[in-house]
Design a protein around this ligand. Sequence first.
Ligand code: MN
Length: 326
Amino acid sequence: MQTLMKPQLCVRSEQATDDYLQYLRQMNISHCFVMFSNEHSNYEDVNRILEKLRRQGFTVDDAGNGFLYKHLSIHLGLEDRDAWIDKYNDLNRILGQAGVPVGYIGNSRVSHTGYFASEATHGALGRTVDMEEILRRPPVTEKTVEEAELWAAFHYLLERALPVAKEYGMKLALHPSDPPYPMYEGYASLIHSGDCYRKALKMADEIAPGVLGMKFCCGCWLEGGKHFGDILADLREFVRARRVLTVHFRNVSCPLPHFTETLAEDGYFNMMRIMRVLVEEGYDQAIYPDHIFQTDEKTGGDMAQFAYAIGYMKGLMAAAYDEQNR
Ligand SMILES: [Mn+2]
């Protein structure tokens, strides 16, 4: 079936083996993103890995290094941030030169209470957030970083990151804070609502129009519930504005303050409704199942989890395209 949107899975740089690429290929997956380890975030390794993927028929939609683009010194504006921004920009130069169209930009923090088995997960270990527990945690930094300081640090980053991305023909995708709650662990969250995204995009466009985009994380939108926004209306708005560079197709048991990640089919939101909006709006970028349960080899491992998740997602996608074509 010809589809506009591109189902993708992750290839970690140390995972780009012939066997792993065959695993992707046999699920009819030809798009991926690459998470480069620190060891592989250099010119030679990036180009070697990208060439291998392309030689085997894969399109790399986006790529980055989680250690660099999520670095707390950058996002909290700590003293040593310039050195980290330089390293981050250097990798974007390498990726852009190699033809990767989308890179990443912070401040996508991730916290959770733990991985727990429950009815909502059918006994698997699912990522669980108990906001009351997280709010009791001590600050991770010496001094609290309030919202205004966090946005100032983001502006500082944008001024340095956007011109480099623009020069190298890249867009940068911004993920929400997860959980999307305004302040915890001693520092503010950048993106905890649709309005935070609107503010970030406006700020970025004043520096370099159209370079900043988003990882539209359905999971975070659903975690935040009404506080985050109206997921279907927001998705429509940002897809129309060509700001969605990838979609994270993920469901949760209920909105904050206490949720567990679930299979796409049995969280509180009907994911088919999201798929319909994407098809109706002619969304033509990447879509990714995002998180999986924590498993071990005895219960099939990560590869089984991702195979199930992508198969279910592609099934909904096929159904949504079929509805439209009737
Ligand atoms: Mn996500």
